[in-house]
Design a protein around this ligand. Structure first.
Ligand code: SF4
Length: 611
């Protein structure tokens, strides 16, 4: 086969498009090649820019905050599952570093327009949509779209550009600056966690429409094509549950491990899990439609039929996955999947994160059961398991109505305002509500939550075990760091995390990166890259006041599990073992005892000059 080779670094456009919404101005800057080599793309490049350009202490909902939309070096190439893209900004929920990785083609279209990064700052005086079509950048009025849900706004945003456009939009939750607000790409894909939707809302930015025409090339496209074909062939021959159900088969697996969040994480074991069985819900409610990311052979997104809870006469699709089945099912004590579909639909249309919103409703249900919130406070009874009233509360949160006003601020702030011991039931890390994996079910996993750069995230690498947390976790810390480093690469290449089901091992990712860039990364340099990015996100957070005191787990995860396979166990065998695991983590990262990166490690990682 003839191998086509072009110059090194052809996969990068080497440009950042800068948008100032206050001035309605645009500017293009070059990105130096040494920065691309060191920071690669997606999360890596976004971390470089946010650390360098955001001043300490700025208001995440003020005009000085910057939204970085990011593509990666494999994007637009025939590589496996690269229909993802990234956003990096400062989180209005935590006040810290935030990155989110999202499906849909905006990243590819940004790159086809000629940019690796789009940086958006300022605040438009009236609602706008940003349209990027190669070097033609338009600010279109979005006054008529303000107040519309994501389902209605998305096709109208598409009308602002020709065919081939990709749309990222916020709903009313983002416009109202809720810290659980997301943006949605082509409706089905959310930039979840941390309140990115509110950052768009604060800028009066209803959405971004991208539609590029430029060719995307790479150093050695044939090698990328070969890796893609080999992995796709392997996938075709595999028979795994993920293929039939996406992530909806996971409730039973996590329940068996004592990790399935139940009734505001009181337990990791849900006795009614069978009602949420993947085959049953697929058979009964599945529509057979996929709204998958582009370039994906795995197609994990599954649509289920439900009634539109905002207009019950209308039948609609709801794209539910594992996290939502956890946070809006078992975590609310709900076993009827129809309520989960409806709750998910409300969240998608208003533009709210189902993980954080499920965490908030579960928190309110527990406060109701503890007598801290009463029927008078809420307006109705709110026991666990009441799906109708969970729907009412979700709508009140989105509309910032009644008790929804306090709850819309997230569990940490709501607990501060409600008082009366409610902080004991606020399950979060650094202000971010916890995803659908109870760390009391898996040895050492709590360390990943406690040290994740955005607060409680399930996407920051887990220790290599499914064992119970009934002995020391110190020996597992190294494996967690390795997994974290690989995830940082994955989020910088804009490859989907679920490619571990293909499987797409680390060496294939590195080979694809080398083929795209023409450079020679290896395992050692990629592990160093992971440490470089993790250290830079840490420096951003340290600048915002974070230290060891903040690397903690909520009270709930120190309470012994009340039922199921991990009954009697907490997240670690002892507080001492957690502290020792944290020491080991800092040691591997090259941070001091207080969790601050040392000068020596900054020099080693080549970022001393940045600081
Ligand atoms: S597996 Fe799912 S999340 Fe991953 S790229 Fe495919 S559709 Fe998107």
């Amino acid at each position: 086969m003839e191998v086509q080779k072009v110059m090194v670094r052809e996969c990068w456009k080497k440009k950042i498009l800068r948008i100032d919404l206050s001035e309605k101005s645009t500017k293009v800057d070059k990105i130096p090649t040494d920065i691309l080599d060191k920071f690669i793309g997606g999360k890596g490049i976004g971390t470089y820019f946010i650390y360098k350009e955001l001043k300490e202490g700025i208001n995440p909902l003020g005009p000085d905050n910057i939204l970085y939309l990011l593509s990666g070096p494999l994007q637009g190439l025939p590589a496996p599952n690269v229909g993802r893209w990234s956003i990096v900004t400062k989180s209005p929920k935590t006040g810290l570093y935030l990155d989110s990785h999202i499906g849909g083609a905006v990243g590819r279209e940004v790159k086809r327009s000629g940019y690796d990064v789009v940086a958006i700052k300022g605040r438009a005086d009236k609602p706008v949509a940003l349209v990027i079509e190669d070097d033609l950048i338009r600010f279109e009025s979005a006054q008529h779209l303000w107040g519309l849900g994501v389902y209605e706004a998305t096709p109208k945003l598409h009308e602002m550009s020709g065919s081939g456009s990709s749309v990222y939009a916020i709903g009313p939750a983002g416009e109202r600056l809720l810290t659980n607000a997301v943006g949605c790409c082509e409706i089905a894909h959310q930039s979840g966690r941390g309140g990115i939707g509110a950052v768009l809302g604060s800028k009066n930015l209803k959405g971004v429409v991208a539609n590029g025409t430029q060719k995307i090339s790479a150093h050695d496209v044939d090698t990328i094509r070969e890796i893609n074909a080999r992995l796709a062939k392997g996938w075709k021959e595999r028979d795994v549950p993920f293929k039939r159900y996406g992530t909806t088969f996971l409730p039973e697996i996590s329940n068996e491990l004592g990790q399935y969040p139940t009734r505001n994480f009181r337990s990791g074991y849900f006795e009614e899990v069978d009602a949420l069985n993947a085959e049953k819900i697929k058979e009964k409610y599945g529509l057979g439609n996929h709204h998958s990311c582009p370039h994906c052979v795995m197609r994990c997104t599954h649509a289920f039929e439900t009634e539109n809870p905002l207009n019950p006469a209308e039948k609609v699709e709801s794209m539910v996955e594992y996290e939502t089945l956890g946070l809006m099912g078992s975590n609310l004590g709900i076993s009827d999947p129809r309520f989960v579909f409806k709750l998910n639909y409300i969240c998608d249309d208003y533009g709210m994160d189902t993980i954080s919103t499920g965490g908030i409703i579960g928190f309110a249900m527990e406060l109701y059961e503890q007598g801290i919130l009463t029927e008078d406070d809420i307006g109705f009874k709110l026991p666990f398991g009441n799906g109708d009233n969970a729907l009412k509360l979700a709508k009140m949160i989105a509309e910032v109505e009644g008790i929804g006003e306090i709850l819309s601020k997230g569990v940490e702030t709501a607990a501060e305002e409600i008082g009366n011991g409610s902080e004991n039931y606020a399950v979060h890390v650094k202000g971010l509500e916890v995803p659908a994996w109870d760390p009391r079910g898996r040895r050492g996993m709590g360390l990943s939550y406690a040290t994740a750069d955005i607060g409680a995230s399930h996407l920051r690498g887990w220790p290599a075990t499914t064992e119970a947390p009934n002995e020391s976790a110190v020996d597992l810390v190294e494996s967690m760091v390795d997994a974290r480093n690989e995830k940082i690469l994955t989020d910088s290449l804009e490859v989907c995390h679920f490619t571990y089901h293909l499987p797409m091992p680390l060496d294939d990712k590195i080979d694809a990166l080398n083929a795209a860039t023409g450079l020679k990364y290896d395992r050692a340099s990629i592990m160093e890259f992971g440490r470089r990015i993790e250290t830079l996100t840490r420096l951003f957070n340290v600048r915002e006041g974070i230290n060891r005191e903040n690397d903690i787990l909520p009270k709930r995860f120190w309470e012994p599990e009340i039922s199921g396979p991990r009954e009697g166990m907490a997240s670690f065998v002892s507080r001492e073992d957690f502290e020792k695991s944290l020491d080991r983590y800092y040691e591997i990262q090259g941070w001091n005892d207080n969790g601050v990166p040392t000068d020596e490690s900054l020099r080693e990682l080549g970022i001393a000059g940045l600081v």
